[in-house]
Design a protein. Structure first.
Length: 144
């Protein structure tokens, strides 16, 4: 699949995979100076790119495992969704879950992008749903 990407600045970096079998493509901070994120706070950080994701697909923006486990930084919305009809700059709202101020440097890897298909569905309102063994039991009802 070929996805067209537009660099919005001279310093923007095109996403790429860290290894041949990585599912995610690294997204980089397109900032001119260090950005401080205080504990419990969120900063919206641009990537300097926009893209044309094909119809029937979306871009999922996920945490980078190293950044989230070592630094406590993750996308504030946990998983961001870039719709196929969006053409603006891709931005990542990074949230600091740690007890220390964290710094994002220019061109630092800050999240990962995974392109995924989705199903278009129609919803039909009804008064009754089919029954299952589980029924309405939820939130831990199947064990720990």
């Amino acid at each position: 699949m070929n996805i067209q990407i537009k660099k919005l600045t001279d310093t923007a970096k095109v996403p790429f995979r860290g290894s041949d079998e990585a599912a995610g493509y690294d997204l980089f901070a397109d900032v001119t100076e260090d950005i401080e994120i205080e504990p419990g706070k969120t900063k919206l950080i641009g990537t300097g790119i926009s893209m044309a994701i094909p119809h029937g697909y979306f871009g999922g923006v996920y945490a980078r495992s190293g950044l989230s486990t070592k630094e406590g930084l993750r996308p504030a919305n946990c998983t961001g969704v870039i719709d196929s009809d969006y053409r603006g700059e891709i931005k990542v709202p990074l949230h600091n879950d740690s007890d220390e101020t964290r710094i994002i440097k220019p061109a630092q890897k800050m999240a990962q992008l995974i392109i995924s298909p989705y199903l278009e569905v129609e919803f039909s309102e009804t008064d009754d749903l089919d029954s299952t063994d589980r029924g309405v039991d939820g939130f831990g009802s199947t064990g720990i």
